[in-house]
Design a protein around this ligand. Sequence first.
Ligand SMILES: Nc1ncnc2c1ncn2[C@@H]1O[C@H](COP(=O)(O)OP(=O)(O)OP(=O)(O)O)[C@@H](O)[C@H]1O
Length: 725
Amino acid sequence: MEKEEANLQRDKPPKSLARPILNHETSSSSSSPELIRHLQAAFKRHRPLNKMQTTTIGPRRSVAAQRQPSRSSTADGQRPQDVVSLSQSLAANTLLTQDSRNLPSSSAAAAAGESTENASVSGTVDNMLGGNFNQQDRQMDLPKPLKSNLDIGSRNESVSTKVQSLVSSSTLTSNDMEWDATNQAEASKHQNLHPVDSEISLKSEYKVSSSLAKLGEFRNFLNQPASQCSVMGSSCATTTSIHSSSAPMLNATTQVSRYPSAVPIPSQGNLASSRPSFKDSNVLHANKDGPLPEMPASAIDQEVRVQEPNMSKQQQCTTVVEPPTLSRGSDATARVPDDMLTSVSSQPQKPDKLEKVASSKGTSAPRKRNYDPDLFFKVNGKLYQRLGKIGSGGSSEVHKVISSDCTIYALKKIKLKGRDYATAYGFCQEIGYLKKLKGKTNIIQLIDYEVTDKALLQEVLNGTMSNKDARVKDDGFIYMVLEYGEIDLAHMLSQKWKEIEGSDRTIDENWLRFYWQQILQAVNTIHEERIVHSDLKPANFLLVRGFLKLIDFGIAKAINSDTTNIQRDSQVGTLSYMSPEAFMCNESDENGNIIKCGRPSDIWSLGCILYQMVYGRTPFADYKTFWAKFKVITDPNHEITYTQLSNPWLVDLMKKCLAWDRNQRWRIPELLQHPFLAPPIPPEPRVGSSSIQLLSHIAECFGSDDRVSELCAQLKDRLRVLGGE
Ligand SMILES: Nc1ncnc2c1ncn2[C@@H]1O[C@H](COP(=O)(O)OP(=O)(O)OP(=O)(O)O)[C@@H](O)[C@H]1O
């Protein structure tokens, strides 16, 4: 035993060949006691302090087995001959389980310590099945795809139980076998490790590799031509983990670290020879169990080299970004800075989604796409990985996504099928408005877009509409890649009001001024461009890098050059913020004029937003139904209630926006100058006659002194000049 351990130390395999100690080729000669011994030897072995097994606190990255693409079944539907029988695997499992229980506590503790230090590290198959594994390693190091597949059944403490579970359900392809055989043989040349159980090894390898398919997809995604996910800085390591419990996708863990000597990500072309390597503990490998038809073999072996290992703990910080579906709170950065070094590992969001994806991969039908549409969006040929659903509006779904250059975006997807052509046309117009508003800092920026119905887009861009009454038959979509907003004003407001409620505080006027001004400026930008938004509400103002930006031009309308109003076919907007004229759109007023909406309609909505900011509720919140709202809002005699405030200008401001008569409402340039935002500067105190009297009095007191009298006379003259006397 000791000899074996010594051998393990001395004849450690070249790191590039390090593979699981479970060797398929020689497994038949392994007996159970040997198995125990080898595992014990492996567990007891100390990690040499090489690059990978450093005692410094640098994150260790996953090194997953690389392999050829595998299929889940053979062509004739038979399970491959080397599939282990359940009983065999159960026996092996029992042994492994016993062994894992015998894990020396010191090893476990040491490894646990390391795991703790490397808290955001992805584990490897090799780590698990080779020496030095322990429960914490498994828990901390494994990417979730591994965990979810390995943590089968009762999630007991034994890795071997997990292996067994995997064995029972997995199959192997000849490709898998080839790969393992070659590499195991190669590895065994360099190490004195005795193989333990090839079939368990194969099964676990296979399954783990299958599990890493998602990781592989993300790696391939990262290796798109534009990809450069290895960036670095000098002073700090930031780990950004993005978790989502609900999104049907991989969970991307973006680990960003700064370190002076990062290794750039190899480009697609020079990755062919990369192999899992213990040496490169910071190298992320991922497997792909489904073939990517358009992907060369080299691409499958790509690695994302992420970070030098010996980073101090102090240099690391972690930000956990929860998806907006769970909480649209203070989310993390929208852009991973280019000067940071990044690795990305992927984890499944939902087991059922994973199963779905896995089963779809199991089918023999050739896939046309080289990406999984459940996990990625493709817009104009660029892939965006889904990170979570942000929300869905009346017409769209909005997802948080990450691009291949590790930038977070929002992706708005609008389904066109079944809609009437005019509506589809309207949705498509949003692209036109956003293009027009490109570069305007207070409007959300459109990064890219794609309309699958090219004819529709062409019509929108040409400003024509041929078949207005038709319906969109084809399964068309509009995709818009947008700047990502961390939180919207609606959420900010509800948070603010939660803080205020229950206390004797009122809304902070400076907070109000700060955001109200930004709201006005954003709307002013579109009004200057002759665009009426028509759906202004707190949810349509997003905070992007600390500043509010306007979104959702889905029902916006351009004002024709010969008028100040827009023509609408129907009432549009969100009830609580809709102006009287929006409710009465296209009706006739008392003078027989058709009621139209224009910029003042947006001003009314702004008044409702301000009212909500001040009082925590909209002005017509008490009127719950559509008809109740309609009745009260369209009634010119209805008096809106304004509870008295310490600052009377604030009430005045709301009244200026919520004037029933749209011609009475202030325009934005006036609102920006309203005393609430721009309080009048008090005049300089005038020099009064009292000062002159005082000087006369001084002169009298010192009358005998000519110099004092003269000085006082001069001062009096000066004061008279200043005071305008
Ligand atoms: N760029 C973005 N960044 C972050 N979140 C966004 C972004 N765009 C939209 N959202 C979120 O998605 C939700 C729906 O988006 P949007 O309002 O554009 O869609 P919609 O279908 O027009 O919705 P509605 O009909 O309710 O107005 C928004 O309320 C917002 O929370």
